[in-house]
Design a protein around this ligand. Structure first.
Ligand code: SAH
Length: 261
C-alpha cells in the first residue's frame, strides 16, 4: 500500500523499537487506544500483550479496511479524524494511549488533549507518543533555553513529561527526513489551578508573540500596566518571555482570570 504524505504516514518497521514501546507500561487487562494505527505494526504487538479492550482511531479508508480484515474482532476500529473525536467518554476506566502520530498534526493533537483537561478529570492514565524530535525538544524544554515556549508551558501544566528515547529515520517506512523522539506523559497529582486552559493558551500566545523582546509590552497589553500584579507574582518586566518559568505563566493566567471574572 502506498503511504500518503498528506496523512503523515511513516509506518514503524523496526521490531526492536516496536517491542520497546510496548514494554514501557503494563498493557495486560488495560484499556488501550492507539492513534493512527496505520498498517498495524505496533497494533499487533500491543494485541499480544492482551489488553482488556483495544480501540484504534484511523482516518484513512484503505487502512481501515486493511485493519478490519487483519484484526477482525480483537479491535474496535473508530474510523474518524482524531482531531474531531472526543476520547473523554470512550471508557469509564482510564486509558493508555499509544501513537506514532502523524507529524503534521502532532502538536494539534497534544494541544487538543491538554485544552480539554478543564476539571479534575483525566480520561487517560498515560500517553506514549512519538513526535518529530524538534517538536519533542520543545515539549520537554525548561525555561531559559531556546526551545522553551508555549508547548512546554502547556504540556507541563497538568502532565509529567519524560523522554524515552530518540528514534532514527531508518526505523520507519517511508523513511522520514527528520529524527523522532518518543515521549511519555502522565497526569500530575498536584498542579496549578486554572479555570480554563484556553486562558493559558492565550497568555502564552501573547507573551511569546515576540520572543526576543522584553515582556513589558505583552504585560501592559493584558494588564494595563498594573504594577500590583508585578509585585504580587514577582515579575521583572525587563525579562524576555523565555526567562519566566512554568509557574510564573500559570500565575499570570490566574491573574488574568481574576481580571475577567
Ligand atoms: N502507528 C502506525 C502508523 C503511523 S503513521 C505505525 O507506527 O506504523 C500515522 C498514522 O496516522 C497513519 O496511519 C495515518 O493514516 C493516520 N492519521 C493521519 N491523520 C489522522 C487523523 N487526523 N486522524 C486519525 N488518524 C490519522
Amino acid at each position: 500500500m502506498k503511504a500518503k504524505k498528506s496523512l503523515g504516514q511513516n509506518f514503524l518497521i523496526d521490531k526492536n523499537i516496536i517491542k520497546k514501546i510496548t514494554n514501557i507500561i503494563n498493557i495486560e487487562n488495560k484499556i488501550i487506544l492507539e492513534i493512527g494505527p496505520g498498517t498495524g505494526n505496533l497494533t499487533s504487538e500491543i494485541l499480544k500483550r492482551k489488553p482488556k479492550k483495544f480501540y484504534v482511531i484511523e482516518k484513512d479508508n484503505n487502512l481501515v479496511s486493511l485493519l478490519s480484515n487483519k484484526f477482525q474482532k480483537n479491535l474496535s476500529i473508530i474510523h474518524k479524524d482524531v482531531l474531531k473525536f472526543d476520547e473523554k467518554f470512550l471508557s469509564p476506566e482510564k486509558i493508555i494511549v499509544f501513537g506514532n502520530l502523524p507529524y503534521n498534526i502532532s502538536t494539534e493533537i497534544l494541544c487538543k488533549w491538554i485544552l480539554n483537561l478543564k476539571d479534575e478529570f483525566f480520561w487517560f492514565e498515560s500517553l506514549i507518543l512519538m513526535f518529530q524530535k524538534e517538536v519533542a525538544d520543545r515539549i520537554i524544554s525548561k525555561f531559559n533555553s531556546k526551545n522553551y515556549g508555549r508547548l512546554s508551558i502547556l504540556a507541563n501544566w497538568k502532565l509529567n513529561v519524560k523522554k524515552i528515547c530518540d528514534i532514527k529515520p531508518e526505523c520507519f517506512f517511508p523513511k522520514p527526513k527528520v529524527q523522532s523522539t518518543l515521549l511519555f506523559f502522565s497526569p500530575k497529582t498536584s498542579y496549578f489551578r486554572i479555570k480554563d486552559p484556553k486562558n493559558l493558551e492565550k497568555i502564552t500566545r501573547i507573551f511569546f508573540n515576540q520572543r526576543r523582546k522584553m515582556i513589558k509590552k505583552p504585560f501592559n497589553q493584558i494588564f494595563k500596566g498594573n504594577i500590583e500584579i508585578c509585585n504580587k507574582i514577582n515579575l521583572n518586566l525587563e525579562l524576555r518571555p523565555q526567562n519566566l518559568n512554568f509557574e510564573t505563566y500559570y500565575k499570570l493566567t490566574k491573574e488574568f482570570e481574576n481580571l475577567i471574572s
